[in-house]
Design a binder for this molecule. Sequence first.
Ligand code: TTP
Ligand code: MG
Length: 354
Amino acid sequence: MKWIAHIDMDAFFAKCEELRNPELGEKPLVICIYTRGGDSGAVSTSNYKARELGIKSGMSLSKAKKLATDETVFVPADHEFYSEKSEEVMSVLRSYADKIQKTSVDEAYFKLRNYPEKKAKKIKADIETLGLSASVGISDNKFVAKMASEHDKPDGLTVVDPGSKKEFLADKPVEQVQGVGDKTAAKLKERDVSKVKHIRQKESSDLAALLGKNKAASLQRKARGEGSARLEETETKQMSKILTISSNSSDYRYIRKFLAEAVSQLHLRLKKRSKGYGKAGIIVKTADLETYTRSKKIKNSVGEDKLLREADLLLKQLLQNQELTVRRIGVRASDLMDRDRQTSLSNFQDARNL
Ligand code: TTP
Ligand code: MG
């Protein structure tokens, strides 16, 4: 039997921030996306303590500030760092799963051939050692697996056997079903359809008249616990490694040492995954939390020396043009491709050049 699991990280961006600054975990924490500097912007996510105050994803910062207590901390989102942590989570999955479909920075479906609960427990334990927390849902298709991962958040593990799918879904509110937005939910509720079991009780023709034939049929399939189990393997398009330097610096030679270390660590990961790259880049975070990125296309490459040479050049150019006090330095390889494919491609080019 093939099992489909869905993983969704708990308060993901907030947990990442708590990881590098554990004191933040003691307080309500709000991750912010600033739009025009200053105070305007939105809440990206909040930790569970801030959620108790009513602060949630998507809320305006001005509203969040009104709900905040004196000890509430607001920090700007650092997407590079979260992508890096996301990659670490995905490598945990890769060591247990037969196939993975990553659907966002903190969510993925994966296939398990056997012992799903045992493996999910191990995955959760491995993720805990990274300092993060996840909720996992397991069933025989993607739709029910995702409903199951939401079922017992945070730190949940819910296995829904194929035989108990209907029972599991029965009392779920319709708005939790994928594809049911606010408008559809409102229409359904007008007809007293507020839970999944009510969808099953409705005549197909009534539902079709209300929502249209296709949408009604799709909803009915979901209400019966049916869904696709096909995973589209995610291609990794880029990988990066960022290091915090020991003390803030604007000295190229000093920063370069950390860049070389980041290159070496990234190269190892690329090698493990048999990836070559078509673009090299650097990521520079300054003491005042600004981020600078620079990248350059290069002929498909696999070597550590080449990656360091390109990254080094980009760093030198960046620091020549402006005085930056650097706090974190990173390297990124993008336009990734399998080494095997690349070898045959360069063989092909070699052959043409003869
Ligand atoms: P979610 O999985 O929706 O939220 P979460 O992981 O913070 O919390 P939980 O799953 O425990 O309920 O989204 C994942 C990340 O995506 C989240 O940490 C921040 C980001 N995000 C936004 O930037 N804006 C948004 O509106 C949402 C919903 C998420
Ligand atoms: Mg999440």
